[in-house]
Write a protein that binds this ligand. Structure first.
Ligand code: FAD
Length: 286
């Protein structure tokens, strides 16, 4: 089953995201954590990709291992710091391992790396290439609060439109902490004629350091209710985790209730967080 089939089915979907280790030394721990999440039988799991390309084989390996456990997977693939030959090799690898879904991304040039003549500028170029290669269901990223590189939200939506025209079959959102931001974004993209399904990305923020990093990268708006929780519990990791799980679950329930049928949780290789969130919505997604 492709991700498109899963997220357009009547049953609400709940999926989880994991990331590969930076070196082979971390593989055992990552494998154990991802397998624990797979045991929850989520709708699907996605595996991120290091934009530098150094861990590219791990993404495919982890995805293939999870598929053997019966969980549909989606491999992320970035292009901005890759050559066409490297992208082609990764597509060959994913095909050989039986992966059928790709989240096609531009990525960001890693710190300390310079590229004189980038072979890709935008995710839409990668998307068109994967479409022409054939055999993959292709997703892309979108940003309810706008991508930091876009000067205006109209420019951002235009970029998104090009990506969809290039063959992107569905979109997964960057995290957001106020559902009204997503509902407003949905209205604007539908008005602009973008009709592909949208998967809402939800991040349970269990670590206060994450929040600073996330806001610096993505410019997310943090509602005061959210800031108060972090301020109150940042010195109590167990309490913060519990509050983060409840906050995320409340967001998810509200999304399902408002007709957003597909939710992707940035579970960050944390099986306990994935388990607790899934338990909180178990009757809703049954
Ligand atoms: P694009 O869609 O190319 O957009 C980037 C910018 O260019 C936007 O401002 C857009 O409006 C503009 N634009 C797009 N097309 C055009 C055009 N034709 N003309 C002019 N402007 C244009 N990063 C990783 O390294 N690995 C991952 O695994 C990963 N997974 C992610 C998963 C999700 C769900 C999300 C939301 C992000 C993920 N990222 C990942 C981060 C992502 O790579 C960065 O946010 C990156 O800066 C943008 O990638 P993109 O695919 O959205 O780029």
């Amino acid at each position: 089953m492709t991700i498109f089939d899963i997220i357009t089915a009547d049953k609400p979907s709940l999926s989880f995201e994991v990331f590969p280790p930076k070196t082979s030394a971390g593989m055992e721990n990552v494998r154990a954590a991802t397998q624990e999440i797979a045991a929850l039988k989520p709708s699907y799991m996605s595996i991120t990709y290091g934009a530098g390309g150094g861990t590219s084989a791990y993404t495919a390996d982890i995805a293939a291992g999870l598929q053997q456990l019966g969980v549909p997977t989606m491999a992320h693939l970035t292009c901005v710091s890759s050559t066409k030959a490297q992208v082609r090799a990764q597509l060959d690898l994913l095909r050989a391992k039986g992966i059928r879904n790709i989240l096609a991304l531009r990525g960001d040039i890693p710190q300390g790396m310079t590229i004189d003549h980038p072979e890709y500028r935008y995710a839409s170029e990668l998307t068109a290439e994967i479409r022409d290669y054939g055999g993959f269901c292709i997703g892309g990223a979108c940003y309810p609060e706008g991508h930091p590189d876009s000067a205006t939200s109209a420019e951002d939506i235009l970029g998104l439109k090009r990506k969809v025209e290039a063959g992107c079959q569905f979109l997964t959102t960057q995290m957001f902490f106020d559902n009204n931001i997503l509902y407003n974004f949905m209205y604007r993209i539908r008005e602009a004629g973008i009709s592909v399904p949208v998967v809402a990305g939800i991040m349970p923020v269990t670590n206060p350091k994450q929040i600073k990093r996330i806001c610096a990268i993505s410019g997310n708006t943090l509602p005061s209710r959210f800031i108060r929780i972090v301020d109150r519990y940042s010195n109590n990791p167990a309490a913060l985790r519990q509050a983060a799980v409840v906050y995320a679950a409340e967001q998810i329930i509200d999304l399902y209730a408002n007709g957003i049928n597909a939710v992707h949780v940035y579970s960050m290789n944390k099986p306990e967080v994935a388990r607790e969130i899934q338990a909180m919505v178990s009757e809703i997604i049954r």
